[in-house]
Design a protein around this ligand. Structure first.
Ligand code: ADP
Ligand code: MG
Length: 232
């Protein structure tokens, strides 16, 4: 078995005095799509923010290709190969779509032309301000910007949240294409059907602890996890 691309071992996280993650362990292997599921407030975003270096390091290990990266700052992680699509998207409203895309790009297989071919709407809107985009366009822009970092691991926090069904289908279609190309993805998703279809393995969080890890068929067959932690 190959070493995990990303490994969290016994990770804790705090907001001030409030202890939110209690020993979270999870892995994402090369070429694997892994979901992180759980109800609102379970700690999904906190887990992603901890990985991405936005929260202060607390006891636990975060390893990328075997190297300890716990406590590394976001810009260093981006250089190492992390692409991050935050829950609030983080579009710069007073940069154009094109500037949002090119300001942080790193050389590699993902180019502006290739981005415009998978997201034609961004090509049409490239001269508009980031702040003029619809929610769906902002989400496409956030994903596109992360891809232009040419990451080896893409982390997405609820990419389909609050979007119209047609846009959700378009975004999930792009993620399925990325999976086929072998990009490793850690996906936080409220849409269980989408997560089951897209991800190879799933981690379920409840109150800051992992309560289930398994494949799509194992999760679909586990009625108590579905009912107790995912309200299905
Ligand atoms: N900035 C913050 N300060 C204090 N508590 C927070 C903050 N952000 C989130 N929390 C708390 O941490 C817990 C986990 O939140 P979060 O990781 O956002 O959950 P999820 O993404 O699964 O909905 C919740 O109890 C939430 O209220
Ligand atoms: Mg969240």
């Amino acid at each position: 078995m190959t070493a995990a691309l990303l490994e969290l071992a016994d990770v804790n996280a705090y907001y001030g005095q409030s202890h939110v993650l209690h020993g979270v362990s999870l892995t994402v292997r090369e070429g694997e799509v892994v979901s992180l599921l759980g109800r609102n407030g379970a700690g999904k975003t906190t887990t992603i923010l901890t990985i991405m270096g936005y929260l202060n390091p607390a006891p636990g290990h975060i390893r990328f290709r075997g190297e300890e990266v716990g406590g590394a700052r976001p810009h260093r992680l981006a250089k190492m190969g992390f692409g991050f699509v935050p829950q609030e998207r983080g579009i710069f409203p007073s940069l154009t779509v094109r500037e949002n895309l090119t300001t942080f790009a790193r050389a590699g297989g993902w180019t502006l032309d290739r981005i415009f071919s998978i997201f034609p709407r961004l090509a049409e809107r490239q001269g508009n301000w980031g702040g003029q985009l619809s929610g769906g366009e902002q989400q496409m822009l956030a994903i596109a910007r992360a891809l232009l970092l040419n990451p080896s691991l893409l982390l997405l926090d609820e990419p389909s949240e609050g979007l119209a069904p047609m846009i959700v289908r378009e975004i999930l279609g792009v993620l399925a294409d990325l999976r086929r190309e072998g990009l490793a993805i850690l996906l936080v998703e409220q849409n269980l059907r989408a997560a089951l279809d897209l991800a190879d393995r799933h981690h379920v969080l409840s109150k800051g602890q992992i309560v289930f890890t398994g494949t799509s068929s194992e999760l679909e067959g586990n009625e108590s996890v579905l009912k107790d932690y995912l309200s299905v």
